[in-house]
Structures are given as structure tokens and as C-alpha cells.
Design a protein around this ligand. Structure first.
Ligand code: FAD
Length: 369
């Protein structure tokens, strides 16, 4: 039976960055990707998406993002870049390999795939993304609303919403970008629980990522372990001025949080009501690691129990791509490489450790009853 040093679950940027470092470490590994290609979720994001970081700060390790470094690349350019990346490094990827369950057997992990049997490995890197399980909160009266409700992850472009009245709920990048995108052809209102907070994309002529890089803000988490960059990042919209100007012009309009849904729309806190054909929730995502449930790797909300991407409950289990995993940049293109390098340093030591009887016993005791 073939035993891999590592199996990487997920073939997006996180899985590819992990593959790059595993290859450099000379380890035997395979990337398992559920879909037909290793470009992650990018193809599913909305058509008008432009990166919030310039090309210069959007590279995975070992390969520069192509083209002029100061521009903000499009979604499709990222897809092309990921294709080229996997090809350039000849990363071993198995597509159509949906991982449904991982179990422990002695010191090894047994990975069960849909229709593709099982594989065995000493270690696992979970790289299935922080943005794949849409979060749809239940607001008051929502069940009575007769219009269409969807999550921002299903939004592609404004075509289907022409001349509609659309409400977008949320205060983050996606909420604002989608609201402005839609406002070209629809009557759009943006609403959020907390006010929308903008962060200037360019400061003294340089992109904010330049300043983040030279001040070292990315790595503050190491100095202040209780600081959670994932939380801070949540409600800030990076803006060159376009989005603020659009909101200031009233297209889209902004309204503070709604009181409740009605049958035809919403009622605001001041008692006024508005009608909407469609409501788009840009309300974020939740962790999505169902295949790890049997290992005791998750808390009661499905969050990974980890420090810096190293599982704190399951030896040999690692993560790349969790928001705030190690820094402000975690779960973004520019952060994946550093996080992958960090966990693979630990993984390498773990795989080199001789399998003693004691370790075997320790791992056996971690198996679920
Ligand atoms: P994903 O891209 O989600 O890839 C995970 C892969 O795992 C997928 O290919 C999926 O098919 C596979 N998978 C899932 N479950 C299984 C399973 N059980 N078995 C096998 N395979 C599985 N970041 C930036 O740097 N710049 C931006 O401008 C930017 N914009 C964003 C805009 C939006 C709307 C969103 C949601 C995120 C954005 N991000 C951005 C954040 C982040 O870079 C992306 O979400 C990126 O796709 C994350 O890459 P990933 O590899 O971690 O996850």
C-alpha cells in the first residue's frame, strides 16, 4: 500500500501553495480537488470582481503574478494564473476527487473519496477554503417575504436584475462591490448592521499593501496573540474612492439596518417601509470542514482547533487558507504562501519522526470511539 507523506484536500490557491512547499521539501504528496480543475473558487465569484491587492502583492510563492505590477487583476486573470502555476511546477493533482471523510488508522490517515476509493497518508493539509459555506442569517419576518432571497456567492452580474428593486445586506467588500455593480441597471439599496467603513486603497501614491508590507502589520498577530486579524478585516472596504463616491451620489442608496421583513420588502427602524424584488445577503461564510468531523479536529461550530494552522487536537493535521490563520493576509493570495511554508515546516518534522510504539498508541487513542 502506498503511503503519502501528505495529502492536500482542495486545489485552490491554498492547496497549490501547500503543493509548492511540499515539493520543495521533497515530500511525497498529492492534491485532491473535487472539481475538474485546480483553480479553487475563483470561477464562481462574480464577473466584475477585481482583486483588492495589486498584481505585485497577489503572487503565490515562486511565481510572479504576470503583467503590470500596480494594476488590480480581474477574476479571470487569477484563474489563468492558478492554471499556469499548477502547470509550471507540475504539481500532482487528482481532480474529481471529492473527499467525504478522513479517519485515523494507527499513525496514518485514511482519506475516503466519492467514487475514487481511499488513500493513505502520514499527514493532511486541509485547504478547502474559508469562503465556501455561505452564511444566511434569519432576520425577523424573513419567512413572510415573497420576493427572491439569495446569498452574494450566487451573484454573477447585473443582467438578471435589470430594472429591479434590490436590497443588498452587508458592510464588507462584496456587499459594496455588488451594490455598486448592480446599481448600473437596478434600483439598489445597501443596508448593514454596522456602518460601512472604508479604508483608503492608496496612501501617498502607494497601494495600502505596500504600507502593510513595510510596517509589518501583517505579522502583528505574532506579537499580540489575542489579536484576531480575521475579525478586524471583516467590515472594511478597500476603496480607491469609487465606492465612496457612488454611495455619496445616492446610487446605490444607503439605509441603516432594517427592523423586519414585510411580505413585499422591509420596514426600517424609523417605521418607513420599502419594497424590493430581490434581497442579496452579503453576510459572509462559515467554516466548511465536514470531512474532518470524525477526527475530533473541530469545535462545536465546525471551526478548526488550531494554532497558526497546526491542529491542536490531531497530530499530523494542518490547515492553509483559514481567515486570520497567522496574519492579516491569511486566506488571501499574498498570504497563502507564508502560511503554507509555516505549516509545512512543522509537517516535515512530523513526517520525519520515527513511528514508535508509543506514537502508535497515542494516535490509536485519538481515534473516535
Ligand atoms: P478556494 O478557492 O475556495 O478553493 C478550495 C478548493 O477546495 C476548491 O477548488 C474546492 O472545489 C475544493 N474542495 C472543497 N471541498 C472539497 C472536498 N471535500 N474534497 C476535495 N476538494 C474540495 N483574496 C485576495 O487575495 N484578493 C481578492 O481580491 C479577493 N477577493 C475575494 C472576493 C470574494 C467574493 C471572496 C469570497 C474571496 C476573495 N478573496 C480574495 C479571498 C480568497 O483569496 C479567495 O476566497 C480564494 O478563493 C481562497 O482560496 P482557497 O484555495 O483557500 O479556497
Amino acid at each position: 500500500m502506498e503511503i503519502y507523506d501528505a495529502l492536500v484536500i482542495g486545489g485552490g490557491q491554498s492547496g497549490l501553495a501547500a503543493g509548492y512547499h511540499l515539493q520543495r521539501a521533497g515530500l511525497r504528496f498529492l492534491i485532491l480537488e473535487a472539481s475538474d480543475e485546480a483553480t479553487g473558487s475563483w470561477k464562481r465569484y462574480y464577473d466584475s470582481l477585481k482583486l483588492f491587492s495589486p498584481a505585485r502583492y497577489s503572487s503565490l510563492p515562486g511565481m510572479r503574478f504576470p503583467g503590470p505590477p500596480e494594476r488590480y487583476p480581474t477574476r479571470d486573470e487569477v484563474v489563468d494564473y492558478l492554471h499556469a502555476y499548477a502547470e509550471h511546477f507540475r504539481l500532482p493533482i487528482r481532480t474529481h476527487a471529492f473527499v467525504k471523510r478522513i479517519e485515523r488508522q494507527g499513525v496514518n490517515f485514511i482519506v475516503h473519496m466519492n467514487g475514487q476509493g481511499t488513500l493513505t497518508a502520514r499527514s493532511i493539509i486541509a485547504a478547502t477554503g474559508a469562503f465556501s459555506r455561505p452564511h444566511l442569517p434569519q432576520l425577523e419576518g424573513q419567512e413572510r417575504y415573497q420576493g427572491k432571497i439569495l446569498h452574494s456567492s450566487s451573484y454573477q452580474n447585473p443582467t438578471a436584475f435589470k430594472h429591479q428593486r434590490v436590497l443588498v445586506i452587508g458592510a464588507g467588500n462584496s456587499a459594496v462591490q455588488i451594490a455598486v455593480d448592480l446599481a448600473q441597471t437596478a434600483r439598489v439599496t445597501l443596508t448593514s448592521r454596522d456602518p460601512v467603513r472604508f479604508r483608503q486603497q492608496r496612501i501617498w501614491g502607494r497601494d495600502v499593501h505596500f504600507w502593510i508590507r513595510i510596517t509589518g502589520i501583517d505579522t502583528w498577530k505574532r506579537a499580540f496573540p489575542s489579536w484576531n486579524p480575521g475579525e478586524i478585516k471583516k467590515a472594511e472596504v478597500l476603496d480607491t474612492g469609487v465606492y465612496q463616491a457612488a454611495l455619496a451620489s445616492g446610487n446605490p442608496t444607503y439605509h441603516a439596518l432594517l427592523e423586519r421583513f414585510t411580505e413585499t420588502g422591509v420596514q426600517w427602524e424609523d417605521g418607513q417601509a420599502d419594497e424590493f424584488d430581490t434581497v442579496i445577503f452579503a453576510t459572509g461564510f462559515r467554516p466548511n470542514f465536514p470531512y474532518l468531523a470524525a477526527l475530533g479536529a473541530l469545535d462545536e461550530n465546525g471551526n478548526a482547533l488550531h494554532t497558526g494552522g497546526v491542529s491542536t487536537t490531531v497530530p499530523g493535521l494542518y490547515y492553509v487558507g483559514i481567515s486570520g490563520q497567522r496574519s492579516h493576509a491569511s486566506a488571501t493570495l499574498r498570504g497563502s504562501g507564508a502560511d503554507a511554508a509555516y505549516v509545512i515546516r512543522d509537517l516535515r518534522r512530523y513526517c520525519k519522526r520515527p513511528v514508535t510504539t508509543e506514537a502508535r498508541r497515542c494516535c490509536d487513542s485519538l481515534q473516535p470511539a
